[in-house]
Design a protein around this ligand. Structure first.
Ligand SMILES: Cc1cc2nc3c(=O)[nH]c(=O)nc-3n(C[C@H](O)[C@H](O)[C@H](O)COP(=O)(O)OP(=O)(O)OC[C@H]3O[C@@H](n4cnc5c(N)ncnc54)[C@H](O)[C@@H]3O)c2cc1C
Length: 412
């Protein structure tokens, strides 16, 4: 018997991280009460398909469900569906829920994720202006796309680009407005932003950079989206992909330290020893980024939730992953390992078929990040280069005939 085991665990948020935290508690032998407080009614599901497959084919929603119903039953959770956590009393170790009940906890794990940022643009709240975060958002947008012919996407980050790509695949005419000078400015090196721009323009998306939206007006059955330089776009539908706001309001109001997310350490513990956080809501130290970051990715939602659950059970945990993110757009698979930063030096390795290539990012003679296009296999090799901090000459990285696996074997 582990005497560090909590009397009860409450998980807030029944998304990807919440589901994995619950599963891990049981996997690790915890037999005490687990309550899963979930604002959504759906069983926990993965969000990546919402902007890809499910936007086209929402009938396949079951494929995104994380665990099947029988498995979820087997976890013996007290699952509060359609209920929101409203406030938290750290001293009394109690949570107040939207159905007026209160819940005591031994350990509390925030897996509340985030919601789509709604910028303060006039017209943002008009019906027909969408954001995309939940399965319900996806279904509504899919329905609206059935009759729409033209779409204006605001924001050239991942969600905006994926929606643009999927809508093009559905035969829509798409204009994408990005206020910055390049696409995915925060996540990609300039070379890859340029590649994405070319990819979208070749696929017929009218991408306009330096285009900050100042107003959205409804004009009859369509919208007029105006940018600050006076230009305008007419479209049947508008989708805003402006980023994420972490759902840290309940924690912050209770006095848990937050800074655009709940601040946690490498054990996933917040400023309160019995309050943990994982997934999109957590801001954790990451050595690859060199600071604390919110890792908004599928990989992190699962892995950090596993780490948090283990910590809650009193196990020794040190969670500091190499970030990994992927995106699918216009039949291209893009993957990023690491955390590209402006001072990194880029070396490109062309792999031939399907436009496949990797942009390696180096700090001195070490590869610290890799961004690949249609290069899943080679990227797995690169991952080891990064994690094992193997020194490499630029010329070898750029030479597709030089085997990265040999390099590793020779140096280890
Ligand atoms: C459209 C889309 C496409 C994506 N594509 C990719 C991709 O290609 N690759 C990739 O790596 N990542 C992708 N991601 C990111 C990935 O899906 C997220 O990182 C992941 O879902 C985070 O999981 P989470 O459990 O932390 O948060 P969420 O999945 O957001 O779950 C949080 C849950 O908590 C609930 N909640 C919030 N507040 C409360 C409260 N007070 N009380 C009760 N419940 C509450 C919410 O309703 C929600 O159900 C994508 C995300 C989106 C939205």
């Amino acid at each position: 018997v582990n005497n560090k085991e909590p009397t009860s665990v409450v998980i807030l948020g029944g998304g990807q991280a919440g589901a994995w935290a619950a599963k891990t508690l049981r996997d690790e032998g915890y037999s005490g009460p687990i309550t899963l407080v979930s604002e959504e009614f759906h069983a926990p599901y993965e969000r990546p398909p919402l902007s890809k497959l499910l936007l086209k084919q929402p009938a396949l929603a079951h494929s995104a469900q994380i665990f099947d119903d029988a498995f979820l039953d087997g976890l013996s959770l007290d699952w509060r569906k359609g209920v929101r956590a409203e406030s938290l009393d750290l001293g009394a170790k109690r949570i107040q829920l939207s159905d007026q009940s209160t819940l005591p906890y031994g350990k509390l794990i925030f897996c509340t994720g985030g919601c789509a940022l709604r910028p303060g643009i006039p017209g943002m709240d008009l019906p027909g202006v969408f954001t995309l975060r939940t399965l319900d958002d996806c279904n509504r947008l899919h329905d609206a796309l059935q009759t729409a012919k033209t779409l204006c996407v605001v924001g050239g980050g991942w969600i905006g680009l994926e929606v643009a790509s999927t809508a093009r695949g559905m035969g829509k005419s798409v204009t994408l407005l990005e206020r910055g000078r390049r696409l995915c400015q925060r996540a990609l090196p300039p070379e890859m932003s340029a590649y994405m721009l070319e990819l979208h323009r070749t696929a017929g998306v009218d991408v306009r950079l330096d285009s900050e939206v100042s107003a959205i007006e409804s004009s009859g059955a369509s919208f007029c989206v105006t940018t600050s330089d006076g230009a305008s776009v007419t479209a049947d539908l508008v989708v805003i992909g402006a980023g994420l706001v972490a759902n840290d309001d309940v924690a912050a109001a209770a006095g848990v330290q937050c800074d655009r997310g709940i601040l946690v350490d490498n054990r996933c513990v917040s400023s309160d020893p019995d309050v943990l956080a994982a997934g999109d809501v957590a801001v954790a130290p990451n050595r690859w980024a060199g600071r604390s970051i919110r890792l908004e990715s599928w990989q992190n939602a699962t892995a950090q939730a596993i780490a948090a659950a283990k910590t809650a059970l009193g196990q020794d945990v040190h969670y500091d992953p190499l970030p990994w993110f992927w995106s699918d757009q216009h039949d291209v698979n893009l993957q990023i390992f690491g955390w590209p930063q402006p001072h990194h030096r880029a070396v490109r390795r062309n792999l031939g078929a399907d436009d496949a290539h990797i942009t390696f990012l180096l700090d001195g003679d070490k590869v610290v990040s890799a961004v690949g296009v249609n290069a899943a296999r080679e990227l797995r090799m690169s991952r080891r280069l990064i994690e094992d901090a193997i020194a490499v000459e630029d010329g070898r990285l750029a030479d597709p005939d030089f085997k990265l696996s040999e390099l590793r074997a020779a140096t280890v």
